[in-house]
Design a protein around this ligand. Structure first.
Ligand SMILES: [Zn+2]
Length: 720
């Protein structure tokens, strides 16, 4: 009797409906049960998706049967190969799952192994052989805790109910450390597998002679393993190492709130526990960060250390890049995933991580969670709601919050948020955010003198020396003008702001890193993209938007721990300008009220329930009177922010995004398209609209995303 998922599904039903059938007497082979053993490297055989068989036609029992047979033949072949490459493993499965020739799998395994099953007591020599460490860079002999293994060989192997879980555990352990994912159905149907792996790999036994525990659970050992040539953690002036303590807490699965200075080795504090966890139990660490440009830097940095399991998902990826990352997550190739908070509203992302066991959720730049911070990101708040749903009744994975901001009200806000949402309290790690090699100065000077002061400072710090400088200004135009002025004085200098093309930005950052470019004049669009160690001078020619921004930007200086200067050129007039800019980006109470009114109106019109609407649809209603208009820069962000505030006030609840993307290309030359349109006999007004849409599409670059709001604005289609 051969079938897919028959043990749990078909046979119990048949037993009830037709208990007298002769087939109940037959030995049973269930291809679902065999899958994780035959294909441990990748649980997704081409014919199986999670536990379901992929059907090539609906409701065709015959095609289900032939798919099952094809799957079984592949499994049999895999076991035949296993008998050649790792016979010990096959013999372990046989002893556990086919203990006699009369058992369900008895004949199958005997025919492949070519011998009768070993006795259970013989597993005491076979299993340790199977679990020998195979990584030549590691000195330990076993892949698991020897203390727990001894107990397992003595007691657990005699417990028949543990035989399937044990077989799955062994299959996973042999290929562990690479792209091996426990299929979600195994985790759910056989919770003992997760428990065994946790006990064998995640729980330090404390015995000094246990080679596995004394290496895997030691932060210093793991630091050298993944971050060589680094030999030890950074130490504080008092000799303690905060970095070590944070990493240890992370490896132990504690909820951590850590304040570490920018440039104080913050990312290592969550990357190292993430790598350690991925190796131990194959779990995924999800790192939520608002800094999209920095994500790629982090992933590249890890790749350069030959860490292959890092990836990022954010708004800067193209559709094919995104699809590739999603697949790698699903297949278990990814252990560290950096995501922007918006991803949690994306259905494809949610579906894919549901396939994985998540080991920890890390909030980088955690001050974005706080409404008191200048960088409050409403999407951050949604993430904890998602985590709560994702976790359900299972154990909550560790939460880590990392920030360079030590403002007490911000920290309290973060702690309160997680206590309310997830019922957790953090272990706090507070580092010094003092950087003794940085010299801070404020230089009063009139607006007109700023260029010359900047020029003089650059002469003092860079004249004839190595290293670079960054000059921050508050506007794009200011950046361009000051850069031109400095180029005129013979400096290798470029401007940098959000208006540049991605490749221009990249070229500038690369040249600056390499030292070919000495100076960058930037708006705050810079600052997070580049990690250059020898910046000797940071000048703020304009006053920055907030104290956090100032520390973040000035903190770019002197990463190499050598002396560096941070100079603020201050003119009382600057405050006015900066204040004016804040005013421009502000959302008024009236804006929020207007948006709420529109949402209520739409909700009523659609008879309540769920409302799907775009920012453009909200703003293009002429009765909605906001201080900003649909086409304006940041208009969408403002609507989203207003909705976030309404959500906080419990006026509404925002769910996942309903974005649909249709990849498409234009097939005709524009002239041809115009001709066809002309012959289409459309009413005059319609024709104009179609023409407008066409020329918009033809003017867009090939990989640009065009949203319906933009197209709607071209037409009279605003009243839907
Ligand atoms: Zn141990």
């Amino acid at each position: 009797m051969l079938g897919h998922n028959v043990i749990d599904h078909d046979l119990p039903i048949l037993q009830e409906q037709a208990p007298h059938l002769a087939l109940h007497q037959l030995p049973v082979i269930d291809t679902l049960r065999l899958s994780p053993l035959a294909f441990p490297q990748n649980p997704y055989h081409r014919l199986v998706k999670d536990y379901k068989l992929i059907r090539d036609s609906l409701n065709s029992p015959l095609s289900d049967c032939s798919s099952t047979l094809a799957l079984f033949n592949d499994q049999r072949r895999a076991f035949v190969d296993l008998n050649v490459s790792h016979q010990t493993e096959l013999l372990c499965y046989q002893a556990l799952l086919a203990p006699s020739l009369k058992s369900d799998l008895g004949m199958l395994f005997a025919s492949i192994a070519g011998q009768a099953p070993k006795r259970l007591t013989e597993l005491r020599t076979l299993i340790p052989e199977l679990l020998r460490e195979t990584d030549p860079t590691l000195t330990r002999t076993l892949k698991v805790c020897s203390t727990r293994l001894d107990q397992l060989l003595e007691i657990d192997i005699m417990d028949e109910t543990l035989h399937w879980p044990l077989a799955y555990t062994l299959a996973w352990l042999r290929v562990s450390g690479g792209n091996s994912v426990l299929a979600p159905w195994v985790r759910h149907q056989f919770p003992e597998v997760g428990r065994l792996i946790t006990e064998l790999r995640d729980t330090p036994c404390g015995q000094s002679d246990c080679g596995y525990c004394s290496t895997t659970h030691d932060p210093r050992h793991e630091l050298r393993r993944y971050f060589a040539p680094i030999q030890d953690f950074r130490t504080e002036p008092d000799g303690r190492s905060l970095q070590h303590d944070v990493v240890l807490a992370g490896m132990q699965g504690k909820h951590v709130l850590a304040i570490l200075a920018t440039g104080g080795g913050k990312s290592l504090c969550y990357q190292l526990p993430a790598l350690n966890r991925f190796h131990r139990n194959g779990s995924l660490t999800v790192i939520i960060s608002p800094l999209q440009s920095l994500m790629k830097d982090q992933v590249d940095g890890l790749l350069a250390r030959n860490v292959q399991c890092a990836a990022t998902l954010n708004g800067l990826l193209t559709m094919p890049e995104r699809a590739e990352v999603l697949e790698k997550i699903q297949l278990g190739d990814v252990g560290i995933l950096l995501v922007s908070p918006e991803q949690f509203r994306n259905k494809a992302f949610r579906r894919v991580i549901a396939q994985r066991q998540v080991g920890a959720w890390i909030f980088d730049e955690a001050h974005c969670l706080s409404k008191w911070g200048a960088d409050f990101r409403p999407d951050y708040l949604y993430v904890s709601r998602f985590i709560k749903q994702f976790t359900g009744n299972s154990d909550l994975a560790a939460i880590g919050c990392f920030t360079a901001t030590a403002k007490p009200d911000v920290l309290e806000d973060i702690e309160k948020h997680f206590e309310e949402q997830l019922g957790i309290t953090f272990e706090r790690f507070i580092g010094t955010h003092e950087r003794t090699n940085l010299h801070f100065e404020v230089l009063p000077c009139a607006r007109a003198e700023k260029r010359h002061h900047t020029q003089a400072l650059l002469e003092e710090e860079l004249g004839g020396n190595h290293g670079g400088a960054v000059v921050f200004v508050s506007s794009r135009k200011g950046a361009e003008e000051l850069a031109d002025f400095l180029i005129g004085h013979g400096w290798a200098c470029k401007h940098f702001h959000a208006g540049l093309e991605p490749h221009e930005k990249k070229d500038i950052q690369d040249a600056f890193k390499a030292g070919e470019l000495k100076i960058i004049v930037a708006t705050n669009a810079f600052g997070m993209g580049v990690d250059k160690a020898d910046i000797r001078l940071v000048v703020h020619a304009d006053i920055p938007g907030s104290l956090e921004n100032y520390l973040q930007e000035a903190g770019r200086a002197g990463r190499d721990q050598e002396q560096a200067r941070c100079v603020l050129l201050y003119d009382a007039q600057d405050i006015e300008n900066q204040f004016g800019m804040c005013e421009g980006s502000k959302l008024t109470l009236r804006d929020i009220q207007q948006i709420l009114r529109k949402l209520r109106k739409e909700s009523d019109r659609r008879k309540g329930g769920r409302l799907v609407i775009t920012a453009g649809e909200v703003l293009m209603d002429e009765q909605v009177e906001t201080s900003f208009e649909a086409g304006e820069r940041d208009a969408e962000t403002k609507v989203v922010t207003a909705v976030a505030w309404l959500e906080r006030g419990q006026f509404l609840k925002r769910e996942e995004n309903q974005t649909q993307i249709f990849p498409a290309s234009l097939k005709l030359p524009k002239e041809e398209a115009d001709k066809r349109l002309a012959t289409a006999k459309l009413p005059g007004r319609r024709l104009e609209e179609f023409k407008a849409i066409l020329s918009y599409l033809y003017d867009a670059s090939a990989d640009e995303r065009i949203n319906t709001d933009a197209l709607m604005a071209l037409t009279s289609l605003t009243k839907l």
